[in-house]
Design a protein around this ligand. Structure first.
Ligand code: AMP
Length: 395
């Protein structure tokens, strides 16, 4: 168990918090979705209430080690002011830390909040440069990591800084570790994992790790066609990773050895072109025409998958089961989301595209937990220790 802000005395201390304020902005520089900022509020509000002197930091986009107004955190500072109902001192210094910033940090009073400029304005950030880690650490007495979305990266602001000052987690990281960790390590059974998305290659390690933990595993979406190919079926022009066919066979064998029920779609909605308006038909999975590609799962698959979902007590879902961005091929993904929304099991959505799908269908409230980190949640499910979590003090 990692220490959290609750486990240390922060009163009157300078506390530097790594948040994930990597929010989407439109061409006018307006934030189009502030969920990442609102998600950080419990930790920030707690620190203010406890009388800490709060310094916030984050990255935004990929400025590649140079200052660039397009990636400034200024709009985030404005939104933070609105959400907190108080002044947030924005430090618009392109070097992120310099003497002026140090002086301003020192002058903070209990309950004050300051936001540094984009940490990725500094080249050293993504290289976990010791000098920059130290500069950040010199601003504060305590480091709090609350950026789950970047916890799988060993950067100065997520990991390096913890070599110099005590490090604990914020409430967001605590929640992620609790939900993802409990689901994987102490699942109520039956435990079902649903893996979809475009490629097997992105998720091999996750599938391998989960085969040791789950009772059943659904493999669908673009990655299923590599498995169909391994089984000797015609897959037409569907997405295929030819160099992963053997691996797909070995994963199927491993599932058999471990007594894990591995369920592939039994029918597929196919189209001739990768377009929403391309006419589509449902075929049995062993009847895919050679000139067509699988775009979504069919109705029988929806029934089978929904049934498995209704019987499970813990469900982890990562990756859409069809090309859900095209409305005509979103039916399968929507049905999975609906079945999960109806279930009283613990339902966990790995970040990224499945989280986007659940939001698109307006079903966020019905899930137990939607992870805020795509890459980070995948690495967590692979069984890896995340660098930004590893550096935090143990209880
Ligand atoms: P990932 O980032 O690996 O989770 O993949 C998500 C992407 O997989 C989404 O953009 C989906 O459109 C895509 N996808 C899902 N099913 C298919 C399919 N049958 N063919 C091609 N792409 C798919």
């Amino acid at each position: 168990m990692k220490k959290t802000v609750r486990d240390i005395d922060v009163k009157g201390k300078h506390v530097i918090v790594r948040c994930d304020f990597n929010v989407p902005l439109n061409d006018e520089g307006t934030i189009t979705d502030d969920i990442r900022i609102t998600s950080a509020m419990p930790t920030v509000n707690y620190l203010i209430q406890q009388g800490a002197k709060v310094i916030l930091m984050s990255h935004l986009g990929r400025p590649d080690g140079e200052s660039n107004p397009k990636y400034s955190l200024k709009p985030v500072a404005k939104r933070l002011c609105e959400l907190l109902g108080k002044e947030v001192k924005f430090s618009s210094v392109p070097e992120v830390v310099n003497d002026e910033v140090k002086k301003n940090a020192e002058a903070l009073q209990a309950g004050d909040v300051m936001l540094l400029e984009n940490v990725r304005y500094r080249k050293e950030e993504t290289k976990n440069g010791e000098g920059f880690s130290k500069e950040l650490a010199q601003l504060a007495d305590i480091f709090v990591n609350d950026a789950f979305g970047t916890a799988h990266r060993a950067h100065s602001s997520t990991a390096g800084i913890a070599s110099f000052i005590p490090a604990v987690s914020g409430f967001l990281i605590e929640k992620e570790i609790q939900f993802l960790g409990n689901a994987v390590e102490k699942p109520e059974r039956p435990f079902l994992a649903i893996m979809g998305g475009a490629k097997v290659s992105d998720k091999i390690s996750v599938i391998e790790n989960l085969l040791d933990k789950v009772d059943s595993l659904i493999i669908a979406g673009g990655m299923a066609y590599t498995f169909f190919n391994a089984l000797g079926y015609e897959i037409g022009t569907s997405i295929l990773e030819a160099d992963k066919v053997e691996l797909a066979s070995s994963l199927m064998n491993k599932a058999k050895e471990k007594g894990v029920k591995l369920q592939l779609p039994v029918d597929i909605r196919v189209a001739k072109e990768f377009k929403n308006d391309s006419p589509s038909t449902i075929y049995e999975m062993d009847q895919i025409p050679s000139d067509s590609m699988g775009m979504d799962i069919g109705k029988k698959s929806i029934d089978i998958f929904s049934n498995m979902i209704s019987e499970a007590k813990t469900i982890i879902w990562n990756g859409p089961v069809g090309v859900f961005e095209m409305p005509k091929f979103a039916e399968g993904t929507k049905a999975i989301a609906e079945a999960m929304a109806k279930s009283d099991a613990v339902t966990i959505i790995g970040g990224g595209d499945s989280a986007a799908a659940v939001k698109q269908f307006g079903m966020e409230e019905k899930m137990t937990h939607i992870s805020t980190g795509g890459g980070a949640s995948l690495e967590f499910l692979e069984g890896k220790e995340l660098p930004g979590v590893a550096v935090l003090q143990d209880k």
